[in-house]
Design a protein around this ligand. Sequence first.
Ligand code: PBG
Ligand code: ZN
Length: 318
Amino acid sequence: MKRLQRLGSSAALRDLVAEIGFGAAQLVQPLFVVEGLAAPEPVPGLGDNDRLPLSELGARVERDLADGVRQFMLFVVPAAKQTRGFDASFAARAIETVKARSSGAATLWVDTCLCSHTASGHCCLHDAQGRQDLPGTLAELSQLAQVYADAGADGIAPSDMNDGRVARLRSTLDTAGHDLVPIMSYSSKFASNLYGPFRVAADSAPQHGDRRSYQLDVRSARAAQAASLRCAEEGADLLMVKPGMSSIDLIAGIAARTGLPVGAYQVSGEYASLTLLAREGLANFDAALLESWYVMRRAGAAFIITYGARRARALGLP
Ligand code: PBG
Ligand code: ZN
């Protein structure tokens, strides 16, 4: 177990998980890179969070770094949908691009899931009977994570919620010599109606059914805590609740029971709700955004993943 060493291994990681203070260092900026795209494409409700062609990714990262962003969460959208045997080569190029353009100033987390790859739009594979194919799913996730880490990802962020993924990814990374690459697990992730803009951005809407067979039920706090505890036991270095505002009651308890940094993901629908309120003249966007961050911090979030991270400096945060 090398969690302390991994989390202490850079100033950016130490800032990320520090228990007091709040500024750009505690915010994570998502990025969408889409294979085969000719020009940036806006996403309804997400403001300046465009879907980007690979050719635009480096410039976006440079501007964000200039605006104080230090942490990025990369979502890779490959051109081809497949049933299995997913190709991570486009992701590898995107990761290399970010790392090359940020010369060590950025910490790059890579969202690790199957739903942008699968023809079904699900975060797992299914067998011929329509049941979740767990061994197949874990093998695919493990292959993707290894390519991401080989390409220079600073951290792996599994968002799939399949049983056993954290243990499997930890062992894959360790075996591949990436024993100091941390895992930020989407550990308490609810089946939510607030992921709509994201699924447009990531082209990952389920083509049949929904995600309730692997994401958590919003009625169940104990089960949600247990899901995070399980990830901690399996070796996750950082945990996360999602959607952020819908989960503020869980953060402190998970942090107390695991001793791990617990972040909150302000998801696309939460962010878009502020955009739409502001567009209707019903709220001041920047003030409402800052308020939402304060609430998640107040609830004990160590870090916040938010589509507004690049606005932190403009909002007066350090
Ligand atoms: C993919 C993934 C999702 C989000 C992050 N990773 C969508 C989902 O699970 O359906 C949601 C992020 C957002 O809405 O901003 N597993
Ligand atoms: Zn997914």
